[in-house]
Design a protein around this ligand. Structure first.
Ligand SMILES: [Zn+2]
Length: 126
């Protein structure tokens, strides 16, 4: 009886370790898939970790242009012609941070898969 209990404890400990290890592996190389949305529809989906060359995406909205700057592992609203410039002030998009939103031009830049907040995904506007 006692040996059996130990086996159960040990095997569950091994399972817990395996799950933790998988979690650690996942979080050490989080995917950086970013979606750029305008007017609620997807403009482009980019894996920031696979970006090698710097580039810019220009979107035309109601209040003028939004220029999005992309480099390896990095995305930000470089400049915008919207009145509030909240999107530009936001700075770079960070894992676990808030999405870059330009309300006047209805532009949203957000992570498609966030390893730290999978629950937040369910409420995302599509
Ligand atoms: Zn803006």
């Amino acid at each position: 009886m006692k040996t059996r209990t130990w086996i159960i404890i040990l095997s569950s400990a091994v399972i817990v370790c395996a799950v933790l290890w998988m979690f650690i592996l996942n979080s050490s190389s989080p995917s950086k898939i970013v979606g750029i949305y305008q007017d609620g529809s997807l403009v482009e989906k980019i894996d920031l970790n696979s970006v090698t060359d710097e580039r810019e995406i220009t979107l035309n909205g109601k209040f003028g242009k939004n220029i999005i700057f992309i480099s390896h592992g990095h995305i930000e609203m470089k400049s915008a012609e919207c009145p509030d410039k909240i999107c530009v002030k936001h700075g770079a998009l960070e894992i676990g941070g808030t999405p870059i939103v330009c309300l006047p031009n209805k532009v949203v830049i957000q992570f498609e898969e966030t390893p730290y907040g999978a629950d937040a995904k369910t409420g995302a506007a599509e």
